[in-house]
Design a protein around this ligand. Structure first.
Ligand SMILES: [Mg+2]
Length: 132
């Protein structure tokens, strides 16, 4: 798969890229939400892994911006954060994200998310549609 990663922390970038590369995915890295949004518009991806807290445009804003575009209506967007899930989960769904990946990222969790993307699970669930 071709995956866009929006993540500002160098250590987290390194970990997530190592996992995805070992599973033979293609990766494009964006170091903040604005760059992720711009990259999304000029390229094509199977899913986006979106850090919530980034300088400038954060993960919530970037997701909303992507959802407002025609090509961004259905792409799976997975929130990545160190917050406790219950704190940010509803906010993630409200912003248009499909699922939630907890930091520190475990390879098994990441594989599970990727397999959900591959099986089309998020395209069918369309969480963001029900929250409009
Ligand atoms: Mg961050």
């Amino acid at each position: 798969m071709r995956i866009l990663i929006a993540e500002d922390n160098p250590l987290n970038q390194k970990i997530i890229m190592a996992y995805l590369k070992s599973d033979e995915h293609e990766i494009v890295l964006a170091v903040n939400g604005k760059i992720a949004f711009e990259q999304f518009q000029v390229d094509s991806f199977d899913c986006i892994l979106m850090d919530l807290h980034m300088p400038g445009m954060d993960g919530f804003e970037a997701t909303k911006a992507i959802r407002e575009t025609e090509k961004g209506a259905t792409i799976p967007i997975i929130a990545v954060t160190a917050s406790a899930p219950y704190e940010d989960k509803q906010k993630c769904f409200d912003a248009g994200m499909n699922d939630f990946l907890q930091k520190p990222i475990r390879h098994s969790d990441l594989k599970h998310i990727v397999s959900n993307v591959e099986s089309g699970e998020y395209r069918n669930s369309m969480n963001h549609e029900s929250n409009k």
